[in-house]
Design a binder for this molecule. Structure first.
Ligand code: PSU
Ligand code: MN
Length: 307
């Protein structure tokens, strides 16, 4: 069997040179946003990573091949394709063996990033524990517990149960850093009222904690949380009301499982007349930029931090 990964040459060159890299998830392209904003956002995230000194590697499955780094055409294919499967950890083998197109969630992106040797993943919000359904836990959480990758995000999607999500991460030993914040961000809003484990104010401070964790032999990931830029923030009351309405609609229409997240997100965008969408795109771009800066700091902080 050939290598299970198809790594784009630009990405391979950066890996060989130990240059900074940022992996980007693709579920947000196929399932989080709609066309054409999804394609524009995917391109903007790659650009934000580049402008901040890292090579972007958007990860996806194309006709059964796990691709690390995509061409413009492939981004377009994910943004416009109808039958693109949302691929989390459990779906990876199915998508490969059945030669499907798949857009990877944070969990699957983390796994592929770690196989490739990429240390940082950027996204909007991770999955977590669903409100009122504590047994519906995103595969993103156990992935953070076991896979050695840093995930830069704006917290968990605010449609989730944030306190329960944080409890889960504590149980499984995932450190949560606040990037220039003392509070766990609430995706569309900058504050949640919940504390992070440590505040960091520079990419170097984040890199030092991440490297130290791994040097201590503590496997698994680190979560770096970055609040949405102020000018794009939505007031918490507005978000809460929109979420309540979306959750009620989901219940009435019997939406569950992997369809739930995309349903809630698009419903909330309609209720907030696009403001949630603008916030989502702004935080994604900002997270890609911060992720690139952390990747750079990590590249300059290779081992030895315990010495
Ligand atoms: N955040 C968004 N839009 C998304 C997602 C997160 O703003 O589409 C995706 C991510 O790919 C995340 C996934 O990994 O939702 C979690 O889905 P689930 O709860 O089904 O595991
Ligand atoms: Mn779920």
């Amino acid at each position: 069997m050939h290598s299970i990964l198809e790594i784009r040459s630009e990405v391979q060159n950066a890996l060989d040179a130990n240059s900074p890299l940022v992996a980007l998830e693709s579920a947000l392209i196929s399932h989080g946003l709609s066309y054409p904003q999804n394609l524009e956002t995917a391109q903007a995230l790659e650009q934000a990573a580049r402008e901040n000194g890292a090579v972007p590697a958007t990860i996806a499955v194309i006709e059964g091949k796990i691709r690390v780094g995509l061409t413009e055409k492939e981004l377009e294919r994910l943004a416009t394709g109808k039958g693109v499967r949302k691929v989390s950890r459990r779906d990876l083998a199915i998508a490969v063996a059945q030669k499907l197109d798949g857009a990877t969630t944070v969990a699957a992106t983390m796994y592929v990033a770690s196989l490739s040797g990429i240390e940082v993943v950027a996204t909007g919000g991770i999955g977590g524990v669903h409100r009122g359904r504590p047994s519906d836990i995103s595969a993103d959480l156990p992935e953070l517990a076991q896979t050695r990758v840093t995930v830069v995000c704006s917290g968990a999607k605010s449609i989730l149960d944030l306190p329960l999500t944080l409890e889960w991460l504590e149980t499984y030993g995932v450190p949560i850093l606040g990037y220039r914040t003392d509070e766990f961000p609430a995706f569309y809003s900058r504050q949640s009222g919940l504390p992070v484990d440590a505040r960091v104010d520079t990419p170097e401070e984040a890199a030092r904690i991440i490297r130290t964790k791994w040097e201590l032999g503590l496997e698994g990931g680190v979560l770096v949380t970055v609040p949405v830029p102020e000018e794009a923030e939505l007031p918490r009351e507005v978000v809460e009301e929109a979420i309540e309405r979306a959750l009620t609609a989901a219940q009435e229409q019997g939406i569950t499982g992997k369809a739930l997240t995309p349903f809630l997100l698009s419903h909330i965008a309609r209720i907030t007349e696009g403001r949630s969408l603008a916030a989502n795109i702004a935080l994604l771009r900002n997270n890609a930029a911060v992720a690139a800066q952390i990747a750079k700091a990590l590249a300059e902080c290779q081992g030895g931090s315990l010495a």
